[in-house]
Design a protein around this ligand. Sequence first.
Ligand SMILES: C[S@@+](CC[C@H](N)C(=O)[O-])C[C@H]1O[C@@H](n2cnc3c(N)ncnc32)[C@H](O)[C@@H]1O
Length: 231
Amino acid sequence: MSEALNPSDKTSSSAWGGFYKTLENPVNFFPENFIARIFLSKNPVQCLEHDFKGKRLLDIGCGHGRHIPFFESLGLQVDGLEVTDEQVKALQQTFPTLNFYKGKSASIPVADAQYDYLAAVNAIYYVDDLESGFEANIKECTRLLKSGGYFIFSMVGAEHSLIQNAHIENKYAQIQQDFLGFRNDTWLRPLWDKDELADLLPGLELQKTGEVKETLDGFVRHIYYCMAKKL
Ligand SMILES: C[S@@+](CC[C@H](N)C(=O)[O-])C[C@H]1O[C@@H](n2cnc3c(N)ncnc32)[C@H](O)[C@@H]1O
């Protein structure tokens, strides 16, 4: 897809920067419930061994760094990825001792097999090129993981308000009614059905899947969260 067709570089990504500027208060640095469950839970389901100290995690599409204090509190050595210079600069100011890369899920400027964990919270499904598509994002994540490493991420479900009235092409959705207002025309790959997931992850073994569907004042948040292991 040409840049002209996908405005994400010019609008969405820089708009995220503006959005995050409103979140400087420490209260906005809280982990998503599914991240806390996957990393911390012992009962009734333990997902990961709790031996995080000194292991490396890349937070893909880390936003303003909401999950970084949580990951660091587990002893993880955290790097982050965001899409614009403006976002990377802001992250570097908030976390001056950490490394942040500028890049996109399909093209991450890091050598192979560097990470024990990859996290992508509400971020991995954005695609800039419908031809290489979501597959390119997963291929890149698989490349960065060490053998035996884990990829923990979320996908938008079919009932999510973000894709209400979206333009659909093949299995991709182009946002038309963004509740934040700045992602219209951006493409993403929803998970239309949970059973699609395993086939979308070549080179990875799907180990856990959760589903969250909640409605607040007419807004539907429908996500799947997933944990996959590099074979
Ligand atoms: C919904 S926010 C989530 C941010 C953060 N993970 C969190 O949970 O607070 C989505 C983030 O993905 C980033 N993003 C958008 N397109 C991306 C892409 N192609 N590759 C990587 N990140 C992308 C945006 O800049 C934005 O910060």
